[in-house]
Design a protein around this ligand. Sequence first.
Ligand SMILES: [Zn+2]
Length: 418
Amino acid sequence: MILRCLLVSLLGLALCAQERPLVLKAARLLDVRTGRVETPGQVWVKDGRIQPGAPPAGAETLDLGDRTLLPGLIDCHTHLLIPAGLGELGYLKRSQGALILDGVVNARKVLQAGFTTVRDVGASAGFGDVALREAIARGDVPGPRLLVAGPALSITGGHGDLNGFPPHLHTQDEHIVDSPDAARHTVREWRKRGVDLIKIHATGGVLSNHDDPAAPSFSPAEFKAIVDEANRRGMDVCAHAHGDAGILEATVAGVRSIEHGSLLSPATAREMKARGTFLVPTLYALESILLPGNPYKVPQGSLAKARAILPLRRAGFKAALEAGVPIAYGTDIGVFEHGQVAMDFRYLVSYGMTPLQAIQSATVTAARLLRLEGEIGTLEAGRTADIIAVDGDPLKDITTLEQVRFVLREGRIVRREP
Ligand SMILES: [Zn+2]
């Protein structure tokens, strides 16, 4: 490596920037734990890590001007291998190869938007999410650090099943499980395929036919079997759930996080808080389904479901906030355009979070959900050098996070605007 760096420097290239000390300066640095703004802000990195103390003399210095330094952002609910706006039948016309290439393109978009880690929770494409995670980790394609779930587990007729199509067009897949034994088998199979966590559909959904978002899916014994088997294999479970009964059953079974949580009641929120269950709210996804002109070509049945749920979401989010449930940033990109991955910040604030709480949801809290709090989520010494910069002060204007100007991922500059 030293020889390679020597050769590269002789050639006048900067490919080994991550090996040299790099000092980042900006007008501000936000301590996301406390909300304290340091002026001016400075952080220095070497070997892909944030370093303690003062930088050595002669280190390369980059002055980013009137910007704020923050930790790289984390999205805990993405679908990189699902293109937005395909419509109901479009998905079935797309080959697995095409979906994996979509994932490569979307991973790059998300990284460019300042998200240096994402948890991808539900891809078909033959475990293409595992392959994408590996390709990014090798440095073969640009993208955020990935944690992946493979296809989400669902019941027959549930959110993950293909409902409403003639039987001869549809054969059931292994991700459909209808007994505790089948659930254990699938969890073991998924582990064998290399997933990091298990995703389940604990209730019906919005973008699916003939299922009820308010109704729980698995039996209590099936929920328990999935969580127990996943935990035995060292994996957490995240549960898509809209209705309160399904949220409660999944929570009691021991899932790590509830995704969406639309119809959460105050009593269930208190149960989540007591058990340390996270909420990943994905607020903008539902709004995007109901955008004027239906740009994402959502079928009529799903539009009706979204219209029924949307007015109830604020109460559910408020219940979580008031109970002190840990809320981690998650978008559901794939429902809407991947480049808009920062859109949830403004909705988190409009639903009642302070700007600091919204930023914490995508940094310290998300890192804790992913059990990576020692690695990412703050700009403390020893953490991975995932650093972004935005114009102005995001505590005063949260939408500045929608225009990230600078991105460092493990010490390498991947975006730099003048
Ligand atoms: Zn989703």
